[in-house]
Design a protein. Structure first.
Lengths: 293, 478
């Protein structure tokens, strides 16, 4: 390396040093430390005590851990596909040449701009068993609505519905992808007599499949870390821990029970779970994703 | 060569200086007139914070040595935890008494025994329970500020409407149950017409089928539901033996939850759930007691303030909550107090304690209690205190704190986990999915294991902790 190249390298490093130091000090160091704490009995205030794999083996016998994992998996199983389908449907509709299209696009994106806690507070009232808007609408069609937030059977569906309200971000990504689909493919299909449904199924969806895949992975990661809805609307886990999600239980262990070691172990397990599920999702879908060239 | 010509060393230098500045040792701060500044974190907001600020201002004017700077801090327990872990806590903090033992055992607080002995401050100065609430494992960790007890609040107008004497609250659990029925209004459909009747006027069939809608409820143990895990105290129950055994399956607790389940069986799970979902927040006019939809509730000393704010027209009164088998006629209540503590690692323990002791002087404490509309934890109270107090029932709350049957949250480090398990068990009980025995057995099994683990951890560090506390005390008093 010449003197000038070395100087350029140092200059480059100097300019990106805030990011490098931030990554090392504020991300990598805590992440590695949490790995160490996951093998310790650590309550933040007193020094950590090495206990080997006890935190991990404790998880096996902790019924609440399994329950929180189950709740999260059930939530993910419904929230991700429903979110993907709904946002794709909205994006396809918003992509049609209709009057006031940009106004509709703004309206659908607006909920994504509202802070999650504010959203949760609004839904708290919408789901109110007696005075809630949702039950009021249901009563108009002769359905006696449930106590969404106090009946354990209905808390998870309530949180899933809440998540569907904030699909604006995903819709925007879909819209960008839809506009990238070459027009000539639709024109060719129309000449061949393809109906709108066939154009959607045989052209649109294959052409935007990488974006669907991206949204699915992001949705999967986000859903496995679902926190705000349960924490704000249900004060933690809801009745009978029916909406105690993994991230909520992790938070409770860390900051409510001061079991930082156990929480760290849970965090690492969640990380591994996300990696595993992402890998499985990639393997299962790789043959169906069309990357053009 | 100028530094500006050498960008890499210049950037590095600036960066190191920034880090240096951020990681520097905590420095004492002084006012322009040379007074040492003490930082005081307090959880209160609103009029309670204003009352404390007045005391702080009085103290700052009363001497020239230190200046106490009060900061209102939300979620103080978590923030104090992080500040203590980071080695930069405030000089004084206002905590709740139920958190003292947790912080003490983790060496986050300064033990004060030697300091208090030197100042001749002892248990005799206080109503005994408050000294106990500030102590843990034989050490004193702070001094009380203003306390609260829980009492029965009843709506006198609804009593009169139901044909009950508005001046006479229930004296026994049986009377409470009977009055609760009389005070309950329900909508029922008879011959195709909707009628509003009192619960005792329902037919046996209607009661069994739970074919009614609750409009107004006399009482239910689940409203407000803040101390559901402690109902056993009113039935001679215990939650913990004080050593190494959980006692959620204590006969007193089982009796309490049989009683609680009785309300769900009587009024119907669905009916209560539907009625409960119509409530607004506690701090709002839609709160069930303020909106006169529940006639009797167990509430704390603070309820008076909220009634004044949200339902000033409410005709109410307060008395001891009836208990199952009153011991020598002494009432049962739950007590809690705010505690002023000095976090561990504070450099000016003496100065911080000077302020805490100032707050604990009788006239100062009474001024604070009056401002916060609570009562004084001190054994001696001036005769005018109760006369001038805005809460007409303040003496009821003060007397409850002196009852031998007054109880408090078990002083165990795993209490939060224990409480959460109890909440889940009572939730299941509230839907009549499990019997009280099953519910409490589940809690017993789960929490006992947690207690055993906490005990093992304590056994490992006990000697080190206690010698540590002794050392801190001897260092501080030298």
């Amino acid at each position: 390396m010449t003197r000038s190249e070395r100087k350029n390298l140092l200059m480059g490093l100097a300019f990106i040093s805030p990011w490098i130091v931030g990554l090392l000090a504020l991300t990598l160091y805590p992440v590695l430390l949490s790995l160490y704490y996951s093998f310790c009995d650590y309550d933040v205030l007193s020094p950590p005590v090495w206990i080997g794999t006890l935190n991990y083996t404790d998880m096996v016998t902790d019924n609440v851990f399994w329950l929180s994992l189950w709740n999260t998996v059930v939530y993910t199983a419904f929230a991700v596909p429903l979110g993907l389908m709904l946002s794709l449907l909205i994006a396809v509709l918003l992509n049609q040449p209709i009057m006031g299209r940009s106004i509709f696009r703004t309206i659908f994106f607006l909920p994504s701009m509202v802070p999650l806690v504010a959203v949760a507070m609004i839904w708290l009232w919408i789901f109110n068993g007696k005075f809630g808007l949702l039950n009021e609408i249901l009563s108009m069609i002769g359905i006696d609505g449930p106590n969404w937030l106090t009946d354990p059977k209905w808390t998870k569906p309530a949180i899933v519905i809440t998540s569907l309200w904030q699909t604006g971000g995903t819709v925007v990504i879909y819209l960008a992808a839809l506009q990238d689909v070459p027009r000539h493919l639709y024109e060719a299909a129309e000449v061949d007599g393809a109906k709108p449904w066939h154009r959607l199924w045989h052209i649109t969806i294959p052409m935007i499949s990488p974006v669907i895949y991206f949204n699915m992975i992001m949705g999967l990661i986000g859903s496995l870390q679902v926190f705000v809805g349960s924490y704000v609307m249900l004060g933690g886990g809801g009745p009978d821990r029916s909406a105690l999600f993994y991230a909520v239980y992790l938070y409770e262990n860390a900051f409510k029970y001061l079991k930082m070691g156990y929480a760290s172990a849970m965090a690492w397990l969640l990380f591994l779970l996300i990696v595993l599920l992402t890998w499985i999702a990639t393997r299962l879908t790789c043959k169906h994703i069309h990357y053009g060239n | 060569m100028r530094l500006a010509d050498r960008p890499f060393p210049a950037c590095l230098l600036v960066f190191v200086l920034c880090l240096w500045g951020g990681c520097s040792e905590h420095q004492d701060q002084y006012t322009p007139d040379g007074r040492l500044i003490l930082t005081y974190w307090e959880k209160w907001t609103g009029f309670e914070a204003q009352a404390m600020q007045q005391i702080v201002d009085d103290y700052n004017q009363s001497q020239q040595k230190v200046y106490v700077k009060m900061l209102n801090v939300s979620q103080i327990d978590q923030k104090l935890l992080l500040a203590a872990a980071g080695g930069n806590p405030p000089d004084i903090a206002g905590l709740w008494s139920h958190t003292i033992n947790i912080y003490a055992e983790k060496s986050a607080l300064t033990p004060l025994n030697n300091h208090l002995e030197a100042r001749h401050i002892g248990k005799e100065k206080y109503v005994p329970v408050f000294w106990d609430l500030c102590s843990h494992r034989g050490y004193v960790w702070g001094l009380p500020s203003t306390p609260s007890t829980m009492a029965l609040h009843w709506n006198q107008r609804l009593f009169a409407e139901a044909g009950l004497d508005p001046q006479k609250p229930p004296q026994t659990i049986a009377q409470l149950d009977q009055m609760a029925e009389q005070l309950t209004l329900v909508n029922v459909i008879r011959d195709g017409k909707s009628l509003q009747v009192r619960y005792p006027q329902l037919t046996v069939e209607e009661k069994q089928a739970k074919r009614f809608e609750i409009v107004q409820l006399g009482f239910t143990p689940s409203v407000p539901g803040w101390w559901n895990e402690m109902w056993g105290f009113w039935f001679d129950g215990e939650l913990w033996d004080g050593e190494n055994r959980i006692q959620s399956d204590h006969p007193g607790n089982l009796a309490a939850y049989e009683w609680m389940a009785g309300y769900y069986q009587k009024f119907g799970v669905e009916n209560l759930m539907k009625f409960g979902s119509s409530f607004g927040n506690f701090a709002s006019p839609q709160s069930p007691f303020f909106s006169e939809r529940v006639a009797m509730v167990l509430q704390g000393t603070w309820n008076f303030n909220f009634i004044q704010q949200y339902a000033p027209q409410l005709q109410w009164a307060a008395a001891a909550f009836p208990s199952w088998e009153q011991t020598d006629g002494k009432p049962v209540s739950i007590v809690e107090t705010d505690v002023l503590v000095i976090p561990r690692g504070v450099r000016h323990v003496r100065e911080a304690l000077d302020f805490i002791c100032y707050v604990n002087q009788q006239p100062v404490m009474e001024k604070l209690a009056m401002g916060q509309r609570k009562f004084s934890p001190l054994a001696t109270v001036s005769p005018t205190f109760y006369q001038q107090h805005p809460n007409p029932y303040i003496k009821v709350f003060a007397q409850l704190a002196q009852s031998p049957n007054v109880r408090y949250v078990p002083r165990m480090t795993i209490w939060q986990e224990y409480k959460d398990e109890m909440v889940v068990a009572i939730d299941q009980l509230g839907r009549l999915e499990v019997s009280p025995q099953q519910a409490m057995d589940n809690v017993q099994k789960r929490v006992q294991r947690k207690l055993d683990r906490a005990q093992r951890r304590w056994d490992r560090v006990e000697i080190q902790r206690i010698s540590d506390w002794q050392k801190v005390m001897s260092d501080d008093t030298q």
